[in-house]
Design a protein around this ligand. Sequence first.
Ligand code: HEM
Length: 459
Amino acid sequence: MSATTSRGRRSTPEGTPGPRGNPVLGSMRDFQRDKLGFIRGLTRYGDVARYRTAHLTWYQINHPEGIRRVLQENNRNYGKGALTLGFFKPVVGEGLITSEGALWLRQRRLIQPIFHRKSVASFGSLMTEETLAMLERWGPAIEAGEPVDVPAEMARLTLDIVTGALFHAHVGEEPEVIGRAINTIVEDLGFRFEVPFYPPHRVPTPRNRRLRAAMRTVDRAVYAIIAGRRDGGDEEDLLALLMGTRDEETGEAMGDRQLRDEVMTLFLAGHETTANALSWALYLISTHPDAERRLREELDEVLGADRRIPTIGDLPKLAYTKMVVDETLRLYPPAWITNRQAVAEDEILGHRIPAGSFVSLSPYVLHRHPDFWDDPDAFDPERFAPGQGNGRPRFAYFPFGGGPRQCIGQSMALVEAQLVLATVLGRCRLRPTSDQPAEAEALATLRPRGGLPMAVEPA
Ligand code: HEM
């Protein structure tokens, strides 16, 4: 079959073009050596590129119309796939990220209203309070002139926020114990991304034992909180909202196991992603003086010279802050890649996608594609000024995915990013301690390689 795609690239008679790689491993080593460089390089093959890692064949979609086809138009044909499920299911069970079919649809309908912007607004003061608590913790480092490790700090902050949003303040066990356990789980997901053939959880290696102990800790805490609530409790947090939902048809509430899976999903989906977005934003602001100046002018204007604490009501006026967040998510999309598996054969932009093959969609690749962005590697928040993106295809930018499985926490993440940045930058300036540009490391999320120490001084 030979077909012309929207940009004139042909699917050759042998099929979709792509790197041949090694006869046995295909492109596995090239991918592992430099994941971001490898996937970005695949754009030279056209709108769809094919490659192999060992026995698996991948189709990477490099054009917004192809992304739309998979996530939206023909989404029913593309499941989360054996790989994604093998990766996440042992940890989050049948939570929203991993469930499919009727179960996913029921849960999505139940949970979606909880994440509407209006409900998220009730967490605004929690977000700024936790940010102020973090700044308090930085006090001794600021006085001693010592740097703080920004990604570690942001990870703690977003974990405190998601814990507070889920359980109010009542986590039962020491919050640090749960925090450590969640971090162990997040670290392990990153590790398995690097070492995909590591023995499964049931094999008692030291790593697997550590992981299972961490999961037991979180499970114990979550089940204890659920049991406490069943005995009567009037908290107003995400867990209460989850427990209060009722299936429209059957009127049934969620069972304990399903609640546990959703809570674990929200912990994992909502924590590292937002933390990395914040770290990159602080880095980009600190290395772009013009953007920093404009941002500080906006903070002066909206929050006054004494920089009062921002509220949800201020967000529409913090328009430049939002543009900085959007541009950060373009350059460093925390969820840098997502995969699907084709159920039946499909055709994307003239390329045949066989049933069972893996389809890979990368916001990182599309967000830096020169066909859709001028000077794609440059940090320029103006791209997101009102009216600027009018001619841009919808799926040239998809940090939160799209279609029915679009991120449910998008509003929460954006509100959180705007409020945290406005609170932090209203009170201090950060500067990287190294002149070397920060490098992105592609694990389960995109994070600064080797940490990101930054010096802090009062603003
Ligand atoms: C900057 C922060 C975030 C980014 C970049 C992000 C990105 C994404 C992306 C790309 C997807 C779709 C994955 C796919 O199609 O395979 C997704 C799904 C999801 N996200 Fe987020 N996310 C963020 C924050 C959050 C937060 C704060 C929460 C909740 C507290 C959350 C909860 C979820 C859930 C539950 C799903 C699965 C939805 C479904 O399949 O129905 N995310 N996220």
